[in-house]
Design a protein around this ligand. Sequence first.
Ligand SMILES: [Zn+2]
Ligand SMILES: [Zn+2]
Length: 758
Amino acid sequence: MPNLRKKTFPLFIILSITIYLTILFYKVYTLDLKNGDLKGVSIYDRNGKLLRVFLSKDQQYQISTDSIPDLLSKAVISFEDKLFYSHPGVRVDAILRAFIQNLTKGKKFSGASTITMQLARLISPKERTYYNKIIEIITAFALELKYSKEEILLEYINLVPCGGNVRGYRTGSLRYFNREIESLDFSQISTLITFPNNPTLIIKKGKQLKNLYNRVLSDIYKEGIIDKLTFESSKDILAKIGYYPFPANALHLSDKFRGKEGKRVDLSIDRSIQINVESILKRYDNILGKQGIDNISAIVVENSSRKILAYCGSDNYYGVNGMVDGIKSPRSTGSVLKPFLYLLSIEEGIISPLSILPDFPTYFGSYHPRNNSNRFSGYVNASFALQNSLNVPAVDLLSKYGVDKFYSFLKQGGISTLFRSPSNYGLSIILGGSEATPFDIAQLYSTLANYGEFKKISYLKERDSSSTKNIFGKGGSYLTLKILSDIDRPKNQSSWKLFDSYQDISWKTGTSYSKRDGWACGVTKKYTTVVWCGNFDGKENPNISGKNSAGPILFSIFNFLKKSDSFSKPEIDLKKVLLCKASGFKASKLCKDTITIELPESSYLNECNFHKQVPIDSNGNEVCSQCWEIGKYSYKTIFDIPTKYKAYNSLVKINEYRPVKHKKECKRFYGDEKPIIIYPRRGSTIELSKNRDGYSPIESTVSYGGDDKLFWILNGKHIGKTSGESRYKIDPLEGKNILEVISSRGEKDRVVFNVVKP
Ligand SMILES: [Zn+2]
Ligand SMILES: [Zn+2]
């Protein structure tokens, strides 16, 4: 038997060592401190400030730190493991001592743990048994083989339990002291270090905690970290412990990273801007909420980097529909796309900022746009039309520029929610017929602030290499920004030019046709801000207004943001052009009164066709080859407007415009010159007959000998025109109606009649 034992004993040793080495090798191979299962997602702003923390998979709050303040690492080592830097992960002497103690006192194996062994237990928590202790020891050796002391200490500090569901010293420091570990004093550090040893004491704050604290204090005193005086005076005086909530900002944006446990996410957000925008939205939520406007979204972009600085999906994440991310929700664009149509048209030379555009009741096919005010201004210049967001001039301009072209521009400009075809949108695309997200709109306005250089906006801190492309020119951008900077600000901002904080802000509002969306988009050289307000459930509300609901929020945000320089003039991209003063188009040789302005270098502005030469007789009437007397007429330059607008001569407020009549006796016009309404008869009462859709229209009839166009106006509204046709179907109102018919030469008739709808 002794022989057998002699033979098997070395075999047993060799086998044990082999097994040990195999496990060790396996441990080294599989250990991964980057494994995120024990860690939550931490979201940081561009300056490394914490924005939000998500729970780890095992429901713990854990916020990692990258570096350990000197005082903290010294204190931890002196209290937990004085020989940390010299042992190989395990202290055999201490283990043996503890083993014997445990045997003699009959306790379970405990104590004698180095920081490395504690870390081994933290990354893989197990019951305290001899077997597990051995695994722990092997793991500790493996950790030391694979990682440096600094890495081990850092991981320990990031995973150490700090009471409740708080894991890691940084997490504990924020939770109990509302401070980053870098700014803890030694008394707070000493208090913090006691927590892992008995986490429940945090709540009790009893004598035991004080004893533990005094032990830490005496350890760091013995290590020379604090002097005797400090030690004596600090004894028994624990740091004040509170219970602070973790930061919770940019919730809609940070939600996108939920479930990415163990990740640190660095956003481009600026925490102080984010917090301020959040509180501005909260404040306005009270004001707008009283008007039945429940939701506000806002986004701020840094123009130079195209990085998002503030992202508020809604004003109250926990309120009604508050979790909806309004920044990414497509909404009717109202008038916020108009500046880009004007810009493109200026670049192409279709108009200059001073060109007059028609604001008359107009039909574009069956499309009859109206202004929000329900009034028409006659001829207005392009700048005025854009500043006052007039609809007819914008539609007229789009009909000249082309829906298809504008549509493909919007696609190029990153509007990602155009799901219909251009023809499906038609001209209404410029009045909010299309939808866009505040995100995409901010991107487009930031392109404007960057003088046409398009780049995607983004919210991660890391540099992105997304490409840039020029989608419009610098000259047009500058001129458009100028026009937008002269738009009247909301009421409480009306004395803005007097403020020290005054800065140029180019801005545009939008209100969707159905009063569901209020927009305010503003740019300075530094920032682009877009505010949307309305109701996420799509409720209409007559109080919603881009200017009065969203506008004040926009200016509150700009008042907080750093003041920005004005946009600099891109001299090289502008050229001087001589304009006709009355029309704002390029002066022809007939335009006597002129003005010089700057236009984009690339533009070839249309020539004025309002000034024209017509033959006039001695009575001042226009004549033609049919009616002139040879030698009794002369050519005269007049300012003329298209015939279709002559029915609204009183709206045309252009000094030079003097309507000229054609010679009465001209044979070109035969019979009665004046149109006469025959039906309905003056003062008559008509009872309408019912049909399937309501009431049948009545066919009004005019007697007219001329062959030019007739314009039909019912109750002040232009309802259509006929050419060589003297009948027109009308849908009168109940009660009193006024029908007017005007020839293109300006002759008209008018009847008042009554209608009964039985
Ligand atoms: Zn002219
Ligand atoms: Zn004539």
